[in-house]
Design a protein. Sequence first.
Length: 217
Amino acid sequence: MDLQLTNKVVLITGGAKGIGAAISRGVAREGAVPVIVDRDAPAAEQLQTELQRSGATSHVITTELAVAGNCSQAVDETVRLTGRLDALVNNAGVNDRIGLEHGSPEKYVESLQRNLLHCYNMAHYALPWLKQSQGSVVNVSSKTAITGQGGTSGYASSKGAILALTREWAVELLPYGIRVNAVVPAEVMTPLYRQWLDSFPDPEAKLKNIIGKIPLG
């Protein structure tokens, strides 16, 4: 499939593992240059080695995106390394199970920092370069934003806000020719999803219950 990504520079937050790693591999297969932004340095370097062995060009930036200044630096470093920026994929996040009953105002704010605020920050700092390239923004939301899950107020509200920001940015950035879209995954067996399952008393029973609600199994 030719997605017309040859030589395009795609910055992917949380790009070293799970859905982010799949995106990094996918854009590399299409001839693009993934910039893997992740706080897990060993995982990012391992993925970069894998991509290099396949003949792809990629870059790694290790940082913690909960700090706004680090988002700015990640964009600056991307442009320093590649000279351009064609797409931003806001993927980083974690279902941290900060709920209403079993949570606190402080933990809720921390969840928003982990799952929402960096999306705005990354897009804000990337915008001047995306205007130059008439690039794209892809925000990774979650089905929890639509269906709810229970016990994960911070994550669910962050993902709901990401859907709202997607619509808002699509309108605001239309004059610049920048497309903004969201992806809404349901269950995906990533390392973080496996970690979430393992937090239940009977992980396999929980997984069986979830799969039983998927119409196609």
